[in-house]
Design a protein around this ligand. Sequence first.
Ligand SMILES: O=C(CO)[C@@H](O)[C@H](O)COP(=O)(O)O
Length: 227
Amino acid sequence: MLLSKIGPSILNADLANLSAQCQELLKNGADFLHLDVMDGHFVPNLTIGPPVVNSLRLALPKAFLDVHLMVSNPEMWIKPMAEAGADMYTFHIEATKNPMGCIEQIKERGMKVGMALKPGTPVDAVEPFMSHLDCVLIMTVEPGFGGQSFMPEMMSKVKHLREKYPMLDIEVDGGVGKGTIQQCAEAGANMIVSGSAVVKSDNPAQVISVLKQAVQSELTKRQQEKQ
Ligand SMILES: O=C(CO)[C@@H](O)[C@H](O)COP(=O)(O)O
């Protein structure tokens, strides 16, 4: 059964207190942690790498760590991220000449495989790889920064994938919060990344719960329609 999963992005979190903040987010209902890895080349920003992922792994042994590689040459970080303790390795199809090679290496290293699409990349680009993927990440902002505005026109990609792949984990990322979750849920997303809307809120638990319920109720509706 497809599950509704909410993963706060820590990009706009208090990085000086990252471990405590992640612990708090998990206590507040987060299903996974979304760790944005940027190299200053694929996107114009620099963030964290394997040492930080490893520190979080040691501090939070049970947390599901979803690493989103916004880097050129994603093949370069597969081994270091696996050794650091990442659970899912999501790379951008636009960043590599050899997506299938990346997929194979990620699987060999025991991680789940996610493939991410920038807003300008057509959804058909993932088609040749579908039988090998655990998750498709549809970016709903240009990758690089938190706090940007949600792009509703990306929902047609989500709808297309959900119609074709009823059991696929479809993740959306960028500008997702209370005001935009309904569109994501109705389109068929079930893995929700939410950064500023959660970490900048006075009540992260309440925001996580609203996001989760919106997605869960659409998933239940879909299931009932099928019966
Ligand atoms: O990958 C990215 C941005 O590149 C995202 O994970 C954002 O960091 C999510 O933050 P909000 O848009 O929800 O603030």
